[in-house]
Design a protein around this ligand. Structure first.
Ligand SMILES: Cc1ncc(COP(=O)(O)O)c(C=O)c1O
Length: 369
C-alpha cells in the first residue's frame, strides 16, 4: 500500500462536519465575495498570530506581490532574498519591476545566511524577504536589526511554509514589518484551493493593502492607486475557519512527528535540516540531505514511499531568472549544493507513528544497504 506524501483526505475526514456546516452557511447567505467569514477569519488570524492587522488575499504569491506594491517598490529598486525557495518569492520582485539580489543560505537550516546579508545591501535596497523555509523561522531578530541599521529597510517574512512556527515568544508571520503566508492545501494551515494572508502592525500599510486588494479602490469606483484583484473568497475563508478549530492539535502533532524524525535521523547518521534553539519549526516539509538522491527516491517509490525535492534548482539558476539578479553579484554555492541533496519525506499532522516507522525503516535499509 502506498503512503500519501501528505494525507489531506484524513485531514478532511477529521474536519468534515465542521467544514460542511461552514460551507452550507456560506451557500445559504450567498455572499461569496467579502462575506462575513472573511472578516471573521481575519480577526481570528490576527489574534492567533498576535498581529494588529490581517488581510486575507488570493494566494501566498499575491500576498508577497501586494506587499511590494504597498511599499511602492518598483524599477530601479533592489530586493534581497534567498535563492533557495519556491520561485514565487523572487517572481514577485521581478513582477514589481525591481531587481532580486540573492544572499546564500546556511548549510544546516537552508535559511538565508544572515552573516552575508549586510554585504548585499546597497542604497537601492528597498526590502528584504527572508523565507522561513521548511517551517522554521529565519534569523528574524538579526535580519530586523541589520535592516534597522540601514535606514529601516522593510523586512517581509515569507512565511508560506511556517504558519504556526514560533520564534521566542512570537509567532511566525508576526516577526517583522510584514509577514506573508499561504493557505495552499498542503501548507500547515491550508484551504481547499488558493488563499493567503498578510500580517502587519502598520496601520498605513494595512490600509494600502486593503485598497490594493480591490484594484486600488479607496471608495466605490474611486481608484486612488494601482491594485490587483487579490481577494480570498468567502468559501475558502470558511474552510480555514473550520480548520482552525484543530490547529493547535495539528501543530502539536507536527512538532512531535518532527522530533521523532529528528531522533531517528540522528541515530541513523542521516544528515537533516537542523532547528535552532529558541524557535520551533512546524515542519512544513521534513527534509534530509542525501547522496545519489534520484536513485534513492526511485527505490523508496518502489517501496510505496513518496518523496519530494524542495527545491531541485535555486531560483537564480532557473532559465527565466538567470542574469536578472543585479549582475549576479553574490555567488550562492551553498544553495547550489543543497539543491543536489535535499529530499523531503511524508509529513503531516495525520501521519501515524506506525506509518512514520515504515518510512524510517525503509530509508535506513536503503541508506545502510
Ligand atoms: C516559500 C513560498 N513562498 C511563496 C509561495 C506561494 O504561495 P501560493 O502557492 O499560495 O501562491 C509558496 C507556496 O508554495 C512557498 O512555499
Amino acid at each position: 500500500m502506498s503512503i500519501p506524501f501528505i494525507d489531506l483526505k484524513a485531514q478532511y475526514r477529521a474536519h468534515q462536519d465542521r467544514i460542511q456546516e461552514r460551507i452550507d452557511r456560506v451557500l445559504e447567505h450567498g455572499q461569496y465575495i467579502v462575506g462575513p467569514e472573511v472578516a471573521e477569519l481575519e480577526h481570528k488570524l490576527a489574534e492567533w498570530t498576535g498581529s494588529k492587522h490581517c488581510i486575507t488575499v488570493a494566494s501566498g504569491t499575491e500576498a508577497l506581490l501586494m506587499s511590494l506594491m504597498a511599499l511602492e517598490i518598483g524599477p530601479g529598486d533592489e530586493v534581497i532574498t534567498t535563492p533557495f525557495t519556491f520561485v514565487a518569492t523572487a517572481e514577485v520582485v521581478v513582477l514589481a519591476g525591481a531587481t532580486p539580489v540573492y544572499v546564500d543560505i546556511e548549510p544546516d537550516t537552508c535559511n538565508l545566511d544572515v552573516r552575508l546579508l549586510e554585504a548585499a545591501i546597497t542604497p537601492k535596497t528597498k526590502a528584504i524577504i527572508p523565507v522561513s523555509l521548511y517551517g522554521q523561522p529565519a534569523d528574524m531578530d538579526e535580519i530586523n536589526a541589520i535592516a534597522a541599521r540601514h535606514g529601516n529597510i522593510p523586512v517581509i517574512e515569507d512565511a508560506a511554509q511556517s504558519f504556526g512556527a514560533t520564534y521566542g515568544h512570537k509567532k511566525s508571520c508576526n516577526l517583522s514589518r510584514i509577514g506573508c503566508t499561504s493557505f495552499f492545501p498542503s501548507k500547515p494551515l491550508g484551504c481547499y484551493g488558493d488563499g493567503g494572508a498578510i500580517f502587519t502592525d502598520d496601520d498605513a500599510l494595512a490600509r494600502a493593502l486593503r485598497e490594493i486588494r480591490v484594484h486600488g479602490q479607496s471608495e466605490r469606483y474611486v481608484h486612488t492607486r494601482i491594485g490587483v484583484g487579490g481577494r480570498m473568497d468567502t468559501l475558502q475563508c470558511a474552510i480555514v475557519l473550520a480548520k482552525m478549530e484543530r490547529l493547535d492539535w495539528e501543530i502539536a502533532q507536527r512538532l512531535e512527528i518532527g522530533a521523532r524524525y529528528n531522533e531517528f535521523m540522528d541515530s541513523a547518521g542521516i544528515r537533516r535540516v537542523v532547528q535552532r534553539p529558541g524557535r520551533t519549526s512546524v515542519f512544513g516539509q521534513y527534509t534530509v540531505f542525501v547522496e545519489k538522491r534520484a536513485e534513492l527516491q526511485a527505490q523508496l517509490a518502489k517501496a510505496g514511499i513518496p518523496t519530494a525535492v524542495h527545491y531541485p534548482t535555486p531560483v537564480n539558476e532557473q532559465p527565466a531568472y538567470r542574469g536578472l539578479d543585479a549582475a549576479q553579484r553574490h555567488p550562492t554555492p551553498v544553495a547550489s549544493a543543497a539543491a543536489q541533496q535535499v529530499m523531503s519525506l511524508p509529513m503531516g499532522a495525520d501521519l501515524s507513528a506506525e506509518t512514520q516507522k515504515t518510512v524510517c525503516d525503509a530509508l535506513l535499509q536503503l541508506v545502510a544497504g
